[in-house]
Design a binder for this molecule. Structure first.
Ligand code: 13P
Length: 250
């Protein structure tokens, strides 16, 4: 049974006071839920404080990126080991904003995935097609490539620490959500790709989140779609009033 996994990607939003207030409110309202997994992914500079604010609760703290290197002269980078050191337990990698705004390649993302796993972090590996790619009918080709290359060298036991997030780029921050049917189709396809890379049994254990304009009013129908095991939420994760109903979807 795959436990629903609802994660908030705060991106480059909120300030110190508002980050902390949101974390504390979430702790109070859903910090002891065990029937679903909840995570927040604040900007790097607030991670340490938020880890401490959520210590002892069930809410996990994730980073939004990490370096593909272990340590050394890499100005401006943050290593997976440093994230682990401050109590972060997971990292979002391959987000479409990293791929498309900062030119991250599948190979770079794969090196980050492997660094994160070696450092003991769990990974949310994001995949998703551009609108033009969907229109050209190459969605499956694109997400299959991103998934396969992203997981290169990741062995079966480590896959237990990986969540996949399907985030169609055309649905991110646009208010245009993929329909439950569209999400379900791609999620089912992705599980098939995982089964080909590993085994059916292992693929069946991996959670696949949907991301892209997830809101309180569409979470239930998305979660009801086949192979949708959670959500990676952007804009609606920035406020308690919108993130809490997503966490508490029925
Ligand atoms: P929105 O929920 O704002 O569309 O963002 C989705 C996302 O990119 C989460 O990682």
């Amino acid at each position: 049974m795959r436990k629903p996994f609802l994660a908030g990607n705060w991106k480059m939003n909120l300030d110190r006071a508002r980050s902390l207030a949101l974390a504390k409110s979430l702790r109070e309202k859903c910090g002891s839920r065990t029937d679903r997994e909840v995570a927040v992914c604040p900007p790097f500079v607030y991670l340490d404080e938020i880890v401490r604010a959520l210590a002892g609760s069930k809410i996990r703290v994730g980073a939004q990126n990490c370096s593909d290197e272990v340590e050394g002269a890499f100005t401006g980078e943050i290593s997976a080991r440093m994230l682990k050191d401050v109590g972060v337990s997971l990292v979002v990698l391959g987000h479409s904003e990293r791929r498309h705004l900062y030119g991250e390649s599948d190979a770079l993302i794969n090196r980050k995935v492997r660094q994160a796993l070696v450092a003991g972090l769990d990974v949310i590996l994001c995949v998703g097609e551009l609108l033009a790619e969907r229109d050209q009918g190459v969605t499956e080709h694109v997400v299959s490539r991103q998934l396969t290359k992203g997981l290169e060298g990741v062995d079966e036991p480590d896959l237990a620490r990986v969540t996949i997030a399907y985030e169609p780029v055309w649905a991110i921050g646009t208010g245009r959500t993929a329909s439950p049917e569209q999400a379900g189709e791609v999620h089912t396809y992705l599980r098939g790709v995982l089964a080909g890379l590993y085994t059916d049994a292992t693929a069946a254990t991996v959670r696949i989140q949907y991301g892209g304009s997830v809101k309180p009013d569409n979470i239930s129908s998305l979660m009801a779609a086949p192979n949708v095991d959670g959500a990676l939420v952007g804009g609606a994760a920035l406020k308690l009033e919108s993130f809490l109903p997503i966490v508490e979807y029925k």
